[in-house]
Design a protein around this ligand. Structure first.
Ligand SMILES: Nc1ncnc2c1ncn2[C@@H]1O[C@H](COP(=O)(O)OP(=O)(O)O)[C@@H](O)[C@H]1O
Ligand SMILES: C[C@@](O)(CCOP(=O)(O)OP(=O)(O)O)CC(=O)O
Length: 561
């Protein structure tokens, strides 16, 4: 038992824990397979979950309304941003089964599964009587709030007569009401269920003393700092406990699909993610299939003794680079996309594997280039700043035209027939693309600059621009073969238009692709404004700039009172 567990007197005014949203920049689909990894950036849009002991007067009023006050720990969950954001629950002890209680008995599968998983683990650790006592006589009140970026705000901006701009978005109240039911809200693709599940699990574990608040930020705090090794190890183990419970709970709630990169970034922030081997959940999933219920033994076994093989390597955007996300508000059905892509992989296994290997190479090169930018900045900040400035003076399409890439695969050792097939598709798909027209003198000047050995940062920036282009091209071939609109022409046209902006470094369609959003990485404020201008003038689809910045950390806890 840790010191945190021993001091299990819940804080009087409760606990707040927040977790960030995510953007998967590279590794869509590949990251479902533990052989490959993805780069996920955590955003500063956060979910905030507050857990507190229910006051006696509120509990009495609720019990009177429900006509009951008995039967396990009462938990009232509220999401005030939704017209139907109310879920009243009892959690039976012993057993930790969750049941709905009128008048708000309707379920929320992510909330219910998180409650059941956390209580089942706490029950094992603390015993049912101590857990019930720690919950207090009146039960718990849980409040869930999400930053505005998680849901499309365009309807509310229209209602208020405001334009679809970043400034107008910034003027909206925090945790803006959506005026809608939770099932009808338009999501932006930042991973609401993962951020909600992770912050909810963490807030409960902190409230009951199983995890110390300081454990939440252990990875950020301890990076390079001189900290007590034993405390750091204890905190890492506690963060790992949160991670495992959140991962299991989210996985069960979304019926076993998904690589878990979204829960992982909600827990620890931006990183390169290689998924856990799903075998760790086999026995739990099997018992659920057999009985329709979560088996507490199998759950406890997976949490406390399971072999979790995920690899998490923290990542930070290089200095001076900003991530932008344009919400296109149409939406992608990720589960449907994933099942179609996997079906195609089974139909064309050799081509599929070949493309996965090519994509993996391009994804790895993208991450290596971004990491190299960090290293170049550390080595010579003056050269770095000067190169950023040179790069930002020229439209991305001009750099691309001056340093042309063939977008073809030349890999020695690659299967020649597969290589020819992919190269043919790459060429055919690119044949209608708009090419930038720059005069030869300008092309020569830019090429000389990009190859100037005294400007390694500039060379790396130009290379990064090309690598993200290669990723889009390869995803286009996957999209074409699998017949899944991962790279829809509308989105590619928008990305093309963004390449007219000076200072655009990279662009793509995050995660599963499709119609959720596009991302851009820019190297200057002027470039940010340039991209925003392209988005606001875009008439083919509405593009809403989200208030995107990289999160500085994953989970974060605050204790009240
Ligand atoms: N503010 C919230 N309060 C409670 N539950 C939420 C909230 N936002 C999202 N959720 C849960 O997450 C679900 C949406 O998850 P999902 O469709 O997987 O979208 P996403 O890709 O954003 O995670 C909702 O149906 C609900 O169960
Ligand atoms: C296809 C994927 O590899 C990436 C999906 O990324 P998104 O960011 O599109 O995810 P959602 O928020 O669930 O829609 C599936 C996965 O890894 O889970």
């Amino acid at each position: 038992m840790t010191s945190a567990q021993a001091a299990a007197q819940p804080p009087a005014s409760g606990v707040s824990v927040s977790a960030p949203g995510k953007v998967l920049l590279t590794g869509g689909y590949l990251v479902l397979d533990p052989r490959f990894s993805g780069l996920v950036v955590a955003t500063d849009a956060r979910f905030v979950v507050h857990v507190a002991a229910e006051s006696e007067s509120d509990a009495a009023a609720a019990a009177a309304a429900a006509g009951t006050s008995e039967g396990g720990v009462r938990v009232r969950v509220r999401s005030p941003q939704f017209i139907d954001g109310a879920w009243d629950r009892t959690i039976a002890l012993p057993g930790s089964r969750v049941a709905g209680v009128p008048p708000h008995a309707a379920g929320n599968v992510f909330v219910d599964t998180a409650l059941e998983c956390v209580f089942a683990v706490l029950e094992r650790r603390m015993g049912p009587a101590a857990l019930a006592a720690a919950a207090g006589p009146c039960g718990l009140r849980i409040t869930v709030n999400a930053d505005n970026d998680f849901y499309s705000q365009t309807d509310d901006l229209d209602r208020r007569g405001l334009p679809h701009t970043a400034d107008a978005l910034a003027s909206l109240p925090q945790f803006n009401a959506t005026h809608t039911r939770i099932a009808d809200v338009k999501k932006t693709g930042l991973g609401s269920s993962a951020a909600m599940t992770t912050s909810l699990c963490a807030a409960l574990l902190v409230f009951f003393g199983a995890v110390e608040p300081a454990a939440m930020s252990v990875l950020v705090r301890d990076a390079g700092a001189d900290v007590d090794a034993a405390i750091a190890a204890a905190h890492r183990a506690q963060l790992d406990l949160v991670y495992r419970i959140a991962q299991i709970s989210h996985c069960l709630a979304q019926r076993n699909s998904g690589s878990g990169f979204d829960v992982s970034s909600a827990a620890v922030g931006s990183h390169e993610y290689t998924r856990y081997d799903p075998v760790v959940l086999d026995s739990l999933v099997r018992t659920i299939k057999e009985t329709g219920q979560i088996d507490a033994d199998a759950l406890y076994e997976a949490v406390e003794r399971g072999t979790w093989t995920q690899r998490i390597t923290p990542f930070k955007m290089p200095p001076g680079l900003s991530l932008m996300l344009g919400d296109v508000s149409v939406g992608t059905n990720t589960v449907k996309f994933v099942s179609k892509v996997l079906r195609w992989r089974a139909e064309e296994p050799e081509l599929g594997e070949f493309l996965w290997q090519q994509l993996n190479r391009a994804n790895t090169r993208a991450v290596t280039a971004l990491k190299r930018l960090n290293a170049l900045h550390a080595a010579d900040a003056v050269e770095y700043a000067a190169s950023l400035e040179l790069f930002a003076a020229v439209p991305a399409s001009h750099w691309a035209a001056a340093i042309p890439r063939t977008a073809s695969i030349d890999g020695a050792g690659a299967d020649a027939a597969l290589r020819d097939l992919v190269n043919e598709r790459l060429a055919a798909l690119a044949s209608g693309d708009k090419a930038a027209n720059i005069d030869q003198g300008e092309a020569l000047r830019l090429a000389a600059l990009a190859h100037d050995a005294s400007k390694p940062t500039l060379a790396c920036l130009v290379d990064t621009l090309g690598i993200f282009g290669d990723i889009r091209s390869l995803l286009r071939v996957v999209s074409d073969r699998a017949q899944v609109p991962i790279t829809p022409p509308e989105q590619l046209r928008l990305i093309d238009a963004c390449h007219d902006v000076a200072g655009l470094l990279a662009a793509g369609i995050p995660g599963a692709g499709g119609y959720d959003a596009i991302f851009c990485i820019v190297v200057s404020d002027e470039a940010k404004r340039g991209v925003q201008r392209v988005w606001s003038a875009w008439t083919e689809t509405a593009v809403m700039p989200l208030l995107q910045n990289e999160a500085k950390f994953g989970l974060h806890a605050e204790i009240h009172g």
